[in-house]
Ligand binder design. Structure first.
Ligand SMILES: NC(=O)c1ccc[n+]([C@@H]2O[C@H](COP(=O)([O-])OP(=O)(O)OC[C@H]3O[C@@H](n4cnc5c(N)ncnc54)[C@H](OP(=O)(O)O)[C@@H]3O)[C@@H](O)[C@H]2O)c1
Length: 426
């Protein structure tokens, strides 16, 4: 068969690992109306039985086989494969979803946890795929849906082995897809960002993996499953669920390493925000510079709201009936956009519960938002005869310089200083 077709989900037998919770459970729920047979794997038999009962209540014609298996145990996986073969017959689609994380600095990781994670995230994936794919190729139809992670394309600090296990998933999925092209077996990899599930809690990182993507990109497990299946149905190689996260992940490879280094150090957490007095010594100085950087950047954001407001809202613009309505509307929307972006900057800077890497992103974004708001002023103010110069009641001048050129120079400089101090304090 030429090219990759649609995966044979409809009326097919689908085996899902990690179906007792999170994304795997949602995949089972969303596949139930389409599949003939679901084979659900996880360790918690009670959870699987509960899911089976709720699926059958809604889809009486569906067949559901639940198998309690520890994927970190090669023999147990072998046993589950044999039972699935006996009771469910041929598997048309394999969903390698089960996975665990482990939040720990590399030198503080616990070997038993690391070993079990690698066995689950790496070896079980290879074992199940190697066992089930040959029959799919023989039949000329099949599908493999692999749950990778953004950590498999970048690096997640304080989760070295987890990142590496997802890098395996990425390489494995890409090579598998290449090998199976033309066989009728579809291979799709899903690389989610933060998803609501039990994952973070089990990884020891309730509130989100340190060094992972910003939490504002978090999506529900249902959305993740829905977008994963939509991509799988289209036979795409790689799915990034969530629009904002997808844009970020597509842009990431285009950025130079200096701007977006793979894995920022997270060893030195930011000082507790409530502490009033800094201790003396380097740690105290670092804490002080972090606080000063935030204050400078907040000042830049507030100064931008006031400064651009002076230009856009003063008597020469929005409130001046001598101006045509479209020009006043243009000014009002311009200032509204700038104000919105600066309020976002302030929220990023001061929102509670940030992790070290989130703060890096927040500070850089806040600085860029404030600095960027002033860029349009330069050509307008610097070029003689440009629009602003010709406006009725144009901007006042101080010593011959249009007054807005002062904040237009000072605020971006302040932003750069704020970023430097932040880096110094990390
Ligand atoms: N949530 C996120 O933010 C996120 C982001 C990127 C990628 N991912 C990936 O998405 C996949 C699903 O994670 P999730 O978010 O849905 O996490 P979850 O809610 O913790 O679910 C993990 C599932 O894997 C199963 N599992 C874990 N270890 C197992 C083992 N040794 N044997 C059998 N089953 C095992 C669990 O079942 P039992 O405990 O009952 O065995 C559970 O059903 C994982 O591969 C994860 O790496 C998640």
């Amino acid at each position: 068969m030429a090219g990759n077709a649609r995966p044979p989900i409809d009326d097919g037998a689908v085996l899902i690992t990690g179906a007792s919770a999170g994304i795997g459970r949602e995949l089972a729920v969303q596949l139930a109306p389409r599949a003939r047979m679901l084979v659900l794997l996880a360790r918690r038999a009670g959870r699987l039985d509960e899911l089976r009962a709720s699926l059958l209540a809604r889809q009486p014609r569906l067949q559901v086989l639940t198998l309690s298996v520890d994927l970190s145990d090669e023999n147990d996986v072998e046993r589950a494969l044999a039972e699935a073969g006996e009771q469910a017959g041929a598997v048309d689609v394999l969903v390698n979803n089960a996975g665990v994380g482990d939040q720990a600095l590399a030198d503080q990781a616990d070997w038993t946890r690391v070993r079990n994670m690698l066995r689950t995230n790496v070896l079980a994936v290879a074992q199940l795929t190697t066992a089930l794919v040959p029959a799919m190729v023989k039949r000329g139809r099949g599908g493999v849906l692999n749950m990778g992670s953004g950590a498999g394309l970048t690096v997640m600090p304080a989760a070295a082995a987890y990142s590496a296990s997802k890098h395996f998933m990425h390489g494995f999925s890409e090579a598998l897809r290449a090998d199976l092209t033309g066989t009728g077996v579809v291979v799709t990899q899903v690389c989610p960002g933060p998803v609501d599930s039990e994952f973070d809690q089990i990884a020891g990182s309730a509130g989100g993996m340190t060094g992972g993507p910003p939490q504002l990109l978090r999506i529900s497990a249902a959305q993740c499953a829905r977008e994963a299946l939509a991509g799988f149905d289209r036979g795409v190689p790689l799915v990034f669920p969530g629009r904002a996260y997808r844009i970020a992940m597509r842009a990431l490879p285009l950025l130079p390493r200096a701007v977006a280094p793979p894995g920022r150090p997270v060893r030195h957490p930011h000082p507790p925000r409530r502490r009033r007095r800094s201790p003396s010594g380097p740690a105290g100085r670092a804490g002080r510079s972090m606080r000063i950087s935030r204050l400078i950047l907040s000042g830049a954001a507030i100064g931008t709201i006031i400064g651009t407001g002076r230009a856009d809202l003063n008597a020469t613009h929005v409130f001046n009936p001598a101006w045509p309505p479209h020009a006043r509307f243009h000014n009002a929307t311009g200032w509204g956009t700038v104000t919105g972006s600066q309020l976002l900057a302030l929220w990023l800077l001061w929102r509670p519960g940030q992790q070290a890497s989130d703060q890096d992103t927040a500070v850089t974004t806040a600085a860029l938002l404030s600095a960027a708001a002033w860029v349009p002023f330069f050509p307008a103010l610097a070029i003689s005869g440009a629009d602003v110069e010709d406006e009725p009641g144009h901007l006042p001048r101080v010593a011959g310089v249009p007054v807005n050129l002062v904040p237009a120079a000072l605020i971006p400089a302040g932003c750069a200083l704020g970023c430097l101090l932040h880096r110094h304090g990390r």
